[in-house]
Design a protein around this ligand. Sequence first.
Ligand code: LLP
Length: 415
Amino acid sequence: MHYFEYRNGKLFAEDVSVEDLVKEHDTPLYIYSAKTFKRHFEAFDSAFEGIDHLTCYSVKANSNLCILKMLSEMGSGMDIVSGGELFRALKAGVDPQKIVYSGVGKREHEIREALISDILMFNVESRQELEKINQVAVEMNTKARISLRINPDVDPKTHPYISTGLKKNKFGLDIEQALESYKLARDLSGIDPVGIDCHIGSQLTSIEPFIEALNRIKKFHLQLKDLGIEIKYLDLGGGLGITYDEETPPHPVEFGKAIKENLKDLNLTLILEPGRVIAGNAGILVTKVLYTKESPSKNFIIVDAAMNDLLRPSLYGSFHRIECAEQKDGPAKMADVVGPICETGDFLAQDREIREVDQDELLAVFSAGAYGFTMSSQYNSRPRGAEVIVDGDKVTLARRREVYFDLVDLEEQCF
Ligand code: LLP
């Protein structure tokens, strides 16, 4: 459920019309709905009521400071994957004791920064990384709380680029080999093994792979107990999918129920790292039609947003629903919605049925709240668009539109 809906034929974000937002903030424009973010967070977090748990929103999905602050004020922790994300989370006022740090390539300075901040734990993805964290912690005369990320070899049945829990993926430690790393972790003076972690992939539309992974982790947990390693946290990562088109992912309540049933008697604090399910349908990208053209084989709608603004269609062939901001009668046509970038792969939709549009009409690209702005770039020297948050009838400019100067600000003037 989200709060982008038509009122008298015009698309509204909560109580503000998209047309009015564009008058003020121009296009391309990311529009987020605060109520939707809050509703999604609450629905997810309350699905785990009754068990000890911590929801750590995955910052990479949408890392705008205002969004992080809003979620943090609702009690959310954060799942981070870089020093930059740590910086953002702290700046947004997140309690470091609610921060978990994943990722295969943590650098020494990033490890140090996380130790200085005293985050809850590192999710460690290799033996060498474990040794590096130990070295840094010993140098700092402290102990790093860690969990090892287990690769449970479960097929999440999602796009190959966003599968992470298969043997062939770069993530985590092979479940067969992980025990050895836990033994090492137990013996290292700068390491305190407090958890087990896994994350098997993103945009999962069924519960079974999660349960399969959980069952493997539970078996592994028993092996750890036999070794005398007592842990406190079980981090199941993120990955719950959303509806972009016709997918029917489980509702968070259903997801929570299934996980809870399989967690009975474990006496561990459950950590979850949802990203997309919180942010995905809480944002749209609004773009303006620049031109239309009909070639003998295709119709093109050329808009002012491009793959630099929303990369998902180009990178994964992802589907994003596209609707006109103003509902009008008119014949529908098949068309490609494309951006101005000089790449054939620059499209927001291909062979999409859409009503005939006029120049300057506004189109809304749905489900753009997660992995939208965070994956944007300035490719083709295109300043990034603005991000606004609507809460009822209140509008906050959460990130100003970039200007040409932002394109060259960090470069040397070699003349
Ligand atoms: N935890 C870890 C360790 C992760 O790697 C991820 C996502 C998450 C949590 C959050 O997963 P979510 O709940 O959002 O599925 N750019 C891709 C998605 C990449 C996901 C990477 N990891 C996309 O646009 O589909």
